[in-house]
Structures are given as C-alpha cells and as structure tokens.
Design a protein around this ligand. Structure first.
Ligand code: AVJ
Length: 317
C-alpha cells in the first residue's frame, strides 16, 4: 500500500510524501529545505556550523557575544522572546545572561524531538526561565500563544540567516508576519552578506563532505520514511553561487539515467538531472534594510564583523 493511502496516523509523514512526490513531478525537480531537519539532519547541521569553511555561525556567534549588552538594551526588560528555527539553542544561550529579566522563551522548530531535548537542557541551565517549545513550521502562517503574563513586548530572534532559504516574495511575507506578530517589540535577525563567490563556494562545499551528507540526508530520509529506493551513491552533492540571483543553490545531481520509486510511484531521472534542494540568499546591508522597511519593520541598528561577512539587525516592529 502506498504511504499516501495509509490512514493518517502520522500526518507529518504524509505531508512529506505529498511534498516530495509533487516536487519530483515538476520539470525542475525540487524539495523544500525544511525537510533536511529530521534528527540526523539537525545533527549534521550542527556539524556544519563547526566547520572551518562555514564562516556564518562563528561570525554571528562573535557578534552576539561582542554586542550582547547593546542588544539587550534594544530588547528591553521583561520581553517575551520567540526564536524561529531554534535548533540547538546555542545562540539564545549567548544572549540570556545579558537580557533583563526575560518573561519567557518560545523556541520554535520543525524537528520536534530534537527541540524538546534542547529545551530541557536549556531549562536546566537557566532555572528561572520559562521555556515553552513550539514544534512547527514557520514557512507559512504562524499563530503564537498570547503574550506572557507581565511581558512588556514580544521580541523575535531569527539568527543564522535562515531567512535566506525563502525566495524574495516569501521573505517579504515572513517579515510582514513578524511586523504584525511582534508589533510594539522588534526582531533581531542574522543575515549573511554578499561576498567573493570563492568564499561562498567553500562554505557549501566543505572538504570533509559534511554538507554533501546533509544534502543527501533528504534521500536517506525518503528511503526510511517513505520506503523510497534512492541509491545515495548514484547522486552527487552540487552547490554553486549564482551572482545574479545572489544565492547559493544546492542540488542533488543524478549521476546516470535511473528510475527511483517513492511511495511505490516511479520517478525517472535523466543523467545530470537534479533535485533543487535549497536556496540560500545573500544580501547587502542596504538591500536587506530596504526589504525590512518594505515589510513594515524599521531598521534601527546593525552590527557587522570587520570582514563584512555577516550582519545582525535590530528591526523595530
Ligand atoms: C540554515 C539556511 C542558514 O543556508 O547556510 C548550510 C543551511 N545549507 N549548509 C545556510 C545550510 C548548507 C543554512 N541555513
């Protein structure tokens, strides 16, 4: 029986089945990068963050450490903080000691079990803090619980340049949603910057092959969850920078003509045909500020490293 016809005991799984099959039927086969983040994918992403070639995490972490005091002053006392795509929670840990009596922390992530574990670890390290994890997807409309009791304002935290996964229209829609959800407060957001293509290329083509494993994890996940029969050795990781579109594109490239099955459905690949698995848009500081402004968020502060690799923005909602 195909996974699509099974009773909906595991709705997340059938949504993955639906999105994968729909993506594989397009002329340019594609899949949303949100499906990278199962247990193994989240762990692989944490490994990427520690790679020498992957400068964004290291650079943003240094900015958060260096400017924690200034950031805390912008956030203000008694904030109700929501983090989008919170992952390992490593970044909020850098801010928490500087923040003035935050009322609550709401980490939102698509990787539910992983999120619960990280939230428990955070609670143990910050016993006074109310931590309320929310498992879910922030690529569509979001609903948040009402403002925490005694909270002065809502503050969003969106580090890592994950906004770069959205195309320009989606990014605008996400920021517009933030302007509404965070009205009276603000958004602290990390944005990766346009730079020499060689530097970008290295960051997405690491020598140890961790990014390749992260990309191919989509195929492994389909094999495990949807009884697909992708041969991981028959696909190559392919990532390159497109200067005109200011984005890294990641693909899984079929090494040969082959037929694969997903949920019992045949899917044909020509030699060299790809599944487009991720976009990672890069911005200039003025370019990003213009987008924020268009979404109704007022750029009020920006922090940047000396080499102009990465930027952190405080936007007033
Ligand atoms: C989590 C979307 C910010 O685009 O750099 C890292 C994901 N993909 N290496 C990025 C990613 C390949 C990352 N974001």
């Amino acid at each position: 029986m195909s996974a699509l016809l099974q009773p909906d005991l595991h709705p997340a799984r059938s949504v993955f089945a639906h999105d994968l099959l729909a993506g594989l039927r397009q002329r340019q086969k594609s899949l949303s990068p949100k499906y990278f983040y199962d247990e193994r994918g989240s762990a692989l992403f944490d490994l990427i963050c520690d790679l020498d070639e992957y400068y964004p995490t290291r650079t943003e972490t240094a900015l958060l450490r260096r400017h924690a005091g200034d950031i805390a002053a912008k956030v203000g006392p008694h904030a109700d903080i929501v983090e989008f795509g919170a992952g390992s929670l490593a970044k909020i840990r850098l801010l928490l000691p500087a923040l003035q009596a935050p009322r609550r922390f709401l980490p939102l992530d698509i990787s539910a079990d992983y999120l619960q574990r990280q939230a428990a670890l955070l609670r143990a390290d910050f016993p006074g803090l109310i931590v309320q994890p929310l498992a879910g997807d922030f690529s569509g409309p979001m609903t948040l619980p009402p403002l925490a009791e005694g909270a002065a304002r809502r503050v969003g935290f969106f580090p890592g340049s994950s906004l770069g996964n959205f195309n320009p229209a989606e990014a605008l829609a996400f920021l517009r949603q933030c302007a509404t959800l965070l009205a009276g407060g603000g958004l602290l957001i990390g944005i990766d910057l346009v730079k020499a293509p060689e530097r970008l290329h290295r960051a997405y083509n690491d020598a140890a092959g961790v990014t390749a494993a992260f990309n191919k994890n989509l195929l492994l996940r389909a094999n495990h969850e949807l009884e697909a029969d992708f041969d991981l050795d028959a696909f190559d990781h392919y990532a390159y920078y497109h200067p005109g579109l200011q984005r890294i594109e990641m693909h899984l490239l079929s090494r040969k003509a082959q037929r694969v099955h997903v949920c019992g459905e045949p899917v044909d690949f020509a030699q060299g045909e790809s599944i487009h698995t991720e976009n990672s848009y890069k911005f200039t500081v003025p370019g990003f500020q213009a987008l924020a402004l268009q979404a109704g968020l007022l750029p009020a502060a920006v922090w940047c490293d000396e080499d102009a690799l990465f930027s952190l923005h405080w936007l007033v909602a």
